[in-house]
Design a protein around this ligand. Structure first.
Ligand SMILES: Cc1cc2nc3c(=O)[nH]c(=O)nc-3n(C[C@H](O)[C@H](O)[C@H](O)COP(=O)(O)OP(=O)(O)OC[C@H]3O[C@@H](n4cnc5c(N)ncnc54)[C@H](O)[C@@H]3O)c2cc1C
Length: 495
């Protein structure tokens, strides 16, 4: 028997950890407080929904997904022992914290004399597999991407059949669960407890609620989770939007991107399944293959940033790129709050920040615009923006979020050069010419003509009040701040 410890692979199909064994399997998910401490309501809500679907998927096949709370370094070996499992499998997670946790679990399993089967699953090519000819990790995406596209990609893995799962009754029998009382272990009741760990755990009969886990109901509308939902998005996308992706992906009002980010973050769909659907879309309409390639390139970005985080776990708190001197970011609580509230007086920035509040999501082009605005117009440290995104995004993924922020702040790999600064007004005019996206999130600007919205920074206060009395004037002057940003970076460079 094998215990499969699910983490960011909340699915049965295209799951290498489940496919890698011929042993009958029991699923396990552990609510780990040290991970939940970094959680946020929209993400935890999405995760609970995904777990609900995963548990149903196990039960539909006669199997079981156990859900426990506690320190995985205690829970995993304890449950494996109670179930008499020969081995524990899991899909590797490449962030620094996850690697520390996995090393602790691995050690505890060694001590408990239980076999370990960690597998590589979440990206096509494991971090460290695509390197320069000298064997170094790439610092520039373009070269990484060229190699990434050329490499063969695996087909999706089949989900386990019913007879490859340990029957549910057998699992509950092993654990003496009668369906009415949770199974609890306290320190001292077993031989495998580890000094310094949280040595108490609990097995849940039913999934905990957000409230049980200490989270408020999210303010934002959280999309439904689960493999079926992810597949529906993928299918829809590959039927039509994938063919206009290259031309229209930068236009937020078009909504033509896949919206798979939260699913890829939680692994409700496997990367091989997503990729195969794109190959089928390309084969179905060969003339549009460039557009399909453009989408695949975004999947390559995801793998590039996974590799960056794996190679440099410190980027979570430190600049990737070294400047000669520290960057002299400003501190301005009021400006930061206006940015968070979507009240900067720059319509495309405010629309993005309000989309974040309403949907726990922002369109990619607008993420770049709001990140540039925070760092190059407000001159605030990218870490403030990263923290706010962590708190609010349903798809927050350490590697991608950090990569995106450091790119915009000119501190990352392949960074936007410090002197190339987004102009929030011309970005709005170019990518949302009719102001459809802006008006969707800023009701104060509803009846205002698009030309007026795009020249908001040039209007006098009287004209602004006449058009939209409740919408603010710009809180900073972009042309001035642009010069300040250039000076700030020149000082950091020591020019
Ligand atoms: C400041 C900033 C913060 C970001 N934070 C995150 C984050 O926390 N989580 C996240 O998944 N993406 C993040 N991104 C990347 C990108 O904005 C989102 O992946 C994308 O908007 C999600 O929408 P989608 O699924 O419709 O994307 P699509 O355009 O349909 O792309 C498909 C998939 O490719 C991946 N992808 C797309 N663009 C990128 C990119 N630039 N970098 C890495 N992977 C990418 C995602 O997994 C995405 O779901 C961030 C970008 C910026 C500029």
């Amino acid at each position: 028997m094998q215990l499969h410890w699910h983490r960011r692979d909340l699915r049965l199909s295209d799951n290498r950890g489940l496919a890698a064994t011929s042993e009958p399997t029991v699923g396990l998910f552990v609510f780990d407080q040290s991970v939940l401490d970094h959680g946020a309501p929209p993400r935890v809500a999405f995760m609970l929904d995904a777990l609900d679907s995963l548990r149903d998927a196990y039960r539909d096949r006669g199997g079981e997904l156990l859900c426990a709370s506690g320190d995985p370094a205690m829970v995993v070996p304890e449950l494996a022992t109670s179930l008499d499992a020969d081995a524990v499998s899991w899909c590797r997670d490449y962030s620094g914290l996850a690697r520390e946790r996995d090393a602790a679990v691995q050690q505890a399993l060694i001590e408990a004399d239980i076999d370990r089967n960690p597998v590589h699953d979440s990206v096509h090519h494991k971090p460290g597999a695509i390197t320069t000819n000298d064997g170094d990790p790439y610092k520039v995406f373009t070269y990484f991407s060229k190699k990434w596209h050329k490499r063969d990609k695996r087909d999706p893995f089949e989900p386990p059949e019913s007879d490859e799962l340990v029957p549910r009754e057998k699992v509950t029998g092993f654990l003496a669960l009668d369906g009415s009382k949770p199974y609890e272990r306290k320190n001292g009741e077993n031989d495998n407890s580890h000094e310094g760990n949280n040595t108490e755990y609990k097995l849940h009969d039913s999934l905990p609620t957000l409230d049980d886990l200490g989270f408020e109901t999210p303010d934002a509308t959280v999309p439904p989770a689960g493999t079926e939902q992810a597949r529906a998005l993928l299918e829809d996308f590959c039927e039509s939007d994938i063919y206009r992706y290259a031309d229209r992906r930068d236009y937020p009002a078009d909504d033509c991107t896949s919206r798979l980010s939260a699913h890829l973050k939680w692994g409700t769909i496997g990367i091989r399944e997503v990729y195969r659907a794109t190959v089928e879309a390309r084969n179905a309409a060969e003339t549009e293959s460039e557009s399909v390639f453009e989408f695949q390139d975004q999947l390559a970005w995801r793998e590039f940033y996974t590799q960056v985080l794996w190679d440099r776990p410190d980027v979570v708190v430190k600049n990737y790129k070294q400047y000669a001197n520290p960057i002299n970011w400003r501190e301005d609580e009021e400006a930061l709050q206006a940015w968070k509230d979507g009240k900067t007086g720059y319509p495309i920035v405010d629309a993005g920040m309000r989309q974040l509040r309403e949907e726990a999501y922002i369109h990619n082009r607008v993420r770049m615009i709001v990140a540039s605005f925070l760092t190059k117009d407000l001159l605030l440290d990218w870490r403030h923006g990263y923290e706010w995104f962590c708190e609010r995004l349903v798809d927050h993924d350490t590697a991608n979020d950090n990569g995106g922020w450091q790119w915009a702040a000119s501190t990352g790999t392949d960074a936007q050069p410090y002197f190339r600064i987004f102009n929030p007004m011309s970005q709005g005019e170019r990518y949302d010419p009719d102001a459809t996206y802006i008006k969707r999130y800023i009701p104060e600007l509803e009846g205002v003509p698009a030309e007026t919205i795009h020249s908001w920074h040039e209007l006098d206060d009287g004209t602004r009040k006449m058009h939209a009395p409740d919408y603010p004037a710009p809180i900073v002057e972009h042309s001035e701040r642009r010069e300040d940003a250039i000076t700030m970076f020149e000082m950091a460079r020591g020019d």
